[in-house]
Every structure is written in structure tokens, then in C-alpha cells.
Write a protein that binds this ligand. Sequence first.
Ligand code: GLN
Length: 538
Amino acid sequence: MAELETRYVFVTGGVASSLGKGVIAASLAKLLQSRGYSVTIQKLDPYLNIDPGTLNPYEHGECYVTDDGAETDLDLGHYERFLNVPTSQDNNVTTGRIYRNVITKERKGEYLGKTVQIVPHITDEIKRNIMLMGTRHKFDVVITEIGGTVGDIESLPFIESVRQLKWELGYRAMFIHLTLVPYLNASHELKTKPTQHSVKALLENGIQPDVLVLRSEHDLSIELRKKVARFCNVDPDAVVQSIDVKSIYEVPIKMKEQHLDEIAMRKLQLPVKHDADLADWINFLEKQKNATKKVHIALVGKYVELPDAYKSIIESLNHASTYNDRKLLLDLVHSENITEDNIDSKLKDVDGIIVAPGFGQRGTEGKILAVKYARENNIPFLGICLGMQMSVVEFARNVLKFDKANSSEMDHSTPYPVIDLMESQKNITNMGGTMRLGAYDCKLVKGTKAFEAYGKELVRERHRHRYEYNNKYLADYEKAGMIASGINPDTGLVEIVEIPTHKWFVSCQFHPEYSSTVLKPHPLFMAFIKAAITNTKK
Ligand code: GLN
């Protein structure tokens, strides 16, 4: 059979940001995948940073890391959680990367004699990056989400590029535009004018949307959809509503009810192979709905005002709770506000404690207190990255009695740098993309809780950090009761520590949250939640 020519779906947004383009893209991708197509999703981000790795979480939420070590937008996390297929650096492209590539080529003389311009040089580079998902990665369907909203100055080159691609690809490309239909309480009315204006803005840029997805807090009548269809030149059945739902994982089902997959297949002339097979997905949703008993977890971190900073951890906890037939009750506990006097009131009711990743000194003393509380009170504990490092520091100070032990990230002159900069990091001065990034092997020690959780000896997990467990102290730790249960087989770096005498105390240097998906919850989160359940207070 001839190879299918890759189809391209471009998703734009209008009226407001944060309408959930990523979730709509992921939902359509899920539906097409469940019909037997290989699908990927790509995000184009209009900012000038090369990647979000240098951004503060307050600016941009969590930085998601792929197997190949790309620091990317958090939407890629949704893509992987929905599709259960790894993404890569090619799935996230920023304006900064595009300009860097073009300017590098210019310096090499690849455009010799020519004036280098936004059109065609920047737009060609954007087009090349979109097409790569088909030409290099060979997906049947590529869904490209364009960050920002239509009308923004900074997203114009992206919009112009996909306009050109549609012209070149014909039926192999289509546009989905997501807008907001606000409800005016005073007059009890849903308003379509912002959508009409937003489509007008797209049309001014030469783009006719094929499908409109209208985000709304209320049901949209057939009449209203017909009106939008008429004003915006789209088929009435291609006006789809996206109503607020309890869980984002319900969105594919909502989209299926409105035949979004069939509409897309019709427009893209994709043959119907078989009906969507969503049995496993629906099983997850049923479990989520039917769980009545709760598991109460505290997530201790310094970005708790902004839960998006911990998106993947929260989703991983959701997956694991659901598969353990529990509803997740999550307390986000601000590490900066924890003191010896108030810690009991903050943590006494929880069944399990997670100490979150992070950078810099702020809030670390509170994290150390939270570790101590979990350790001393035998509360199931999972430390992630900085959370792992702080559990190592806590053990040094309070069990090994290493006075003023610390990570050298927090205290340059600590007498006990139990967490220290790797030799290979010492001469690095550039901040962007220079951490230990991406997937590394980890060998588990038989008989440990980590081994029991994974059920195998060799695993691969994603990293994003500069500092490491200092092997100089390993013997002291193991003698005093904190063992290394996961080691990098190539470098000897300690990747997991645990306390065998504790109910469940496991800390990992890597980020398990990046690889938990709806259909494949992460083993460490599963084991942590299981332990927390046995500890359930009420
Ligand atoms: N700040 C620590 C380091 O760089 C931990 C990083 C993290 O938690 N992602 O090693």
C-alpha cells in the first residue's frame, strides 16, 4: 500500500488566550489516533526565547522536558498524556529558534548575495519546521498549534506561513479556529460578535477556517451555531462547542459526540479505517467518575499560587489516584510559609507528601522541614529533583548530624556539600539548555521499593538539573539508613534514594511526572499513592 501523504491541521485561537487550544488539539489527535492514524502535535510559540528553559514558571508555567532533552512548553505534556507517544525537540518551535536558524544560515553565507527577509526566509524556515513532522517523523497527521491569539504582532509570521502551506497542500491541510463565546449575565445572552471579529481578523490574513470551536460556559443552541456558520463561511456542522468540563480528559469524548474527527477526516480526505476505539480511555474516565474515596496529598513547593508550574505532577497524581480508585484531594502547601511551629497544622491530615522540584534558595528550608515531618512521622513521601536533593540534605543534618549540610546551589561554603555541582557543569557559563537534560538510564537495586514499583531492573527517566548527589557521602548515608536504590549505570550517579525502614520514602533525581500518561500511569506515582492509601487518615 502506498504511504499515506501526511495531513496537516493548523489550530489558531482568537478573542482571548488560555481557551485551551492545546487540549482541543490533543483531543482531535486522540480521536484520529483511535481511528488507526499515527498523529503528533506540534506547538509554535511566538516568543523570542530559544526555548522556555530560561523562563520563570511565573511567566510560563511548567517547563516540560522530552526524552531527547528539549525544554518545552507545558502543552507538550498534554500531548504526551493524551497520545501516549513521546514528543521531541521538533514538536516545539519558538520564534527565537526560527530566527537563530535563519541568522546562522545567513552568517554561513547560505543566502549569499540576497537580502534576508521575514518573507520568504523566516516563513520558509517556519514551513520547513512544520513539514519536518511529516517528512522526518512520518506521521499520518500533524496537528500544529499556533501559540498566542490572531491579531498579535508576534504571531503574524506563523499565520503567514500556514496560509502559504494551505495554498501548497490543498486538501491535505485544514484550519481549526478556537474562540470564546462570552455570556452576559445582565442580559442573559451569549455573544457571538467577538467570534465574528476574530474570524474576520483571520480572513484579513488570508485564512478561512474550516472548523470553529467555540469555548463557552453554556450550551450553544443550533440557531446560534447556524448564525456563526453563516457569518464565518463554515459548514454548520463544523461549528463545535467546547463547554467547560470537570476533567480535560472528557474533552475528546465531547468532541467525538460532535463528530470533530469525522469532520476533520472529511476535510482532509482521510479514508475511514474503523470507528474510534476509545475503550481504555473511557475506562479511565469511568474510574475517575466512580471514585468516591479520597486520597489526601500535600504538594510542597514555592509556586503554589500558580498550579500550572506543577502541571505534570498534578496530572500524574490524578492518573495514579484514578487507577487506585481514589479521588485526589490535593493541598498545595507553600514551602516559604512552613515553620517548625505551623508544620503540624499544615500536614497532619495528609496521607502522603510530595516535595516539588525547583531552583534557588527560596523556600528550601520549608521543604527540608516537610521532609523531616514525613520521615519522622512515617508518612509516605516522594521527593522529586530539588525535592530529592532536600531529602538528602535533611537526612544529613538531622540523622548524620552534618551541621549546616546543604546543596552547594544554596550555600557555596557549606562544610558538607551533600548535593554538589557535577564536574562537567563547573565551567559552564551559558544558562540556556546546559543542564543535564532528557532521558538517562537508571539501574534499580533489587529488593528496594523503587524496584518493587517498577517491577524491572533497568528504567529510563527524564532529567532537568545541574546539581547531583555527592557520592563522597554515600557510605555514610547507607550506614545510617538512607540507601541508593537507583544508579546511573554509565556514570555511577545516584538517581534514587530511599529509607527502607520507612513506610514509603522514595526520592528521585529525575522527573517521573513527565512520563505519566492517561493510559500509562507512572509506576512511582502508582506506588506512592498505594502507600498513601494504606496511610489514609479518615
Ligand atoms: N535546582 C536543582 C538543580 O539544578 C534542582 C532542579 C530541579 O528541581 N528541576 O540541580
